[in-house]
Design a protein around this ligand. Structure first.
Ligand code: UDP
Length: 244
């Protein structure tokens, strides 16, 4: 796999098409494959979280999620041409599910949100097989039931929306027992597809300002947004060190 290293974090140089082709191969293989969607906040977090970094290092695929990663890759002289975000992947996988019969399970987000997202995606992509949904606010004593629910639904693909890094750690802890061939942490994607959180206008996405739109809609995201200047400074430092 052709990868770049950003703040010590592995990011694979893959396009959306290559990601989908890899997923088709993983589903055919059947054994569990963890796909990480790596954004700038993950790169900052992983510097102080060796367990998270090890999970990313050993993932089947690490996609470049967001403008920050593309900017840093360019700055470091190892450009990554395409963005492959969690939100984009969820839509594409639902389309693929209709075409190939892949079974998808939605785990995470507030009660009702994954089910609403599933309803909207079934309407958008007729034939999509979303075989189960479950919110991400279960208690520790409910976890065994959640695991059994997923096993019984027998998905090929499990999408987990708990936020970074909880979703990555949960996937790592449970991927061997769940039976899914592909497990992906997709952050706030169900909030977006349910319609509860709107996506930035296309011009803002193109101008790399999606983060600003999300912040204006949800001021609680300030913690995540504040990792962006830190990310930029650390990337500049990595460049200067590389140049010296
Ligand atoms: N979430 C969850 N359980 C929790 C905490 C969060 O299911 O205990 C969900 C939350 O409702 C949201 C998603 O995880 O849908 C996190 O979205 P965010 O955009 O914050 O993720 P990130 O920015 O880390 O990708």
């Amino acid at each position: 796999m052709d990868s770049v290293t950003i703040l010590g974090l592995r990011v694979d140089r893959v396009s959306p098409e290559e990601t989908l082709a890899a997923i088709e191969g993983f589903v055919a293989d059947g054994s569990p494959h963890h796909i990480v969607t790596a954004d700038a906040s993950m790169a900052v977090l992983a510097r102080r979280d060796p367990a998270l970094r090890a999970i990313v290092d050993h993932a089947a695929l690490v996609t470049p999620d967001g403008a920050g990663i593309l900017w840093a890759a360019r700055l470091l002289g190892t450009p990554v041409p395409h963005k492959v975000s969690g939100v984009d992947l969820v839509g594409e996988l639902c389309r693929l599910s209709g075409a190939k019969g892949y079974r998808i399970f939605f785990l995470g987000a507030a009660p009702g949100v994954a089910e609403e997202a599933a309803g909207k995606l079934r309407a958008r992509y007729p034939g999509t097989q979303i075989v189960g949904t479950r919110d991400g606010y279960f208690r520790p004593e409910e976890e065994a039931g959640v695991l059994a629910e997923i096993q019984n639904a027998a998905p090929n693909i499990l999408l987990v929306a708990f936020g970074i890094p909880r979703q990555e750690k949960w996937i790592q802890a449970h991927k061997a027992e769940l039976g899914a061939a592909v497990l992906i942490g997709i952050g706030g994607s169900f909030d977006v597809f349910s319609g509860r959180v709107s996506r930035a206008p296309v011009w803002m996405q193109r101008s790399s300002l999606e983060w600003l739109y999300r912040l204006s809609k949800n001021p609680k995201k300030i913690g995540k947004v504040m990792t962006l200047p830190k990310f930029a400074l650390l990337a500049l430092r990595q460049k200067l060190r590389g140049a010296s």
